[in-house]
Design a protein around this ligand. Sequence first.
Ligand code: FPP
Length: 250
Amino acid sequence: MTSARPEVPVHVAIIMDGNGRWARRRGLPRLEGHRRGVEAVRTITFAARDLGVGMLTLYAFSAENWNRPADEVGGLMGLLEFYLRKELETFVRDRVRFRTIGRIEGMPPGVRRLLAATEEATAGFTGYTLNLALNYGSRTEIADAARDYAAAVAAGREKPDDSSWETFSRYLYTAGMPDPDLVIRTSGETRISNFLLMQAAYAEFVFTPVLWPDFSKEDLAAAIAEYGRRERRYGLTSEQVGKSAAPAAQ
Ligand code: FPP
């Protein structure tokens, strides 16, 4: 998966924030903000592809979001089901590979079935991937990876003295995916909120005040342009980066 233009990030990850504030400012229920948030998901999925991005990861539901009021959690799950039912056909038509990261086994059975069907129907597409983070948290991801890695060592599938990141990262939910080059957070908040902590080790961050339901293709293009102006050094000096391509980060 390579981006056509070098200044365009291969993998963009977005913390979609501000649905609640968008609704409150209009005197609407929070769920209406989430509904408009789903519209933005649709727009940005195709905008990213049109701009030359290879993979888009969206933080749709965090492991901590279960603690929100029950009606909001139920509403979000309902929206997710509605979204998946509607989008399957679009993904197949437009050759979008659909994937997920997170503790998917903790999602409601109806949603799990739709997720599996969508992943299966789009598994053969290689040009562009939409990756939804659901019931996702970096700390649970590390804990799950450590458990699975320990089990692999106990079963003799991994060497006990191998402490390389390359090996361990194969046990993360993101195994086989490129690290995000650019992480965007909307709504003016400047936190990472337990999102891709390890994978974003060398990512560039762009924070925008735009609330997620208002986030447009132009806003995404502006974030990508900002990314293009940054110099990624991967621990090297400017002079070194100028001379040769950056080495693979460990
Ligand atoms: C933050 O807004 C957003 C979320 C809790 C998750 C994002 C969810 C969606 C965009 C809708 C569902 C997505 C799909 C793919 C069906 P917030 O409620 O925290 O906003 P606030 O900080 O203004 O209250």
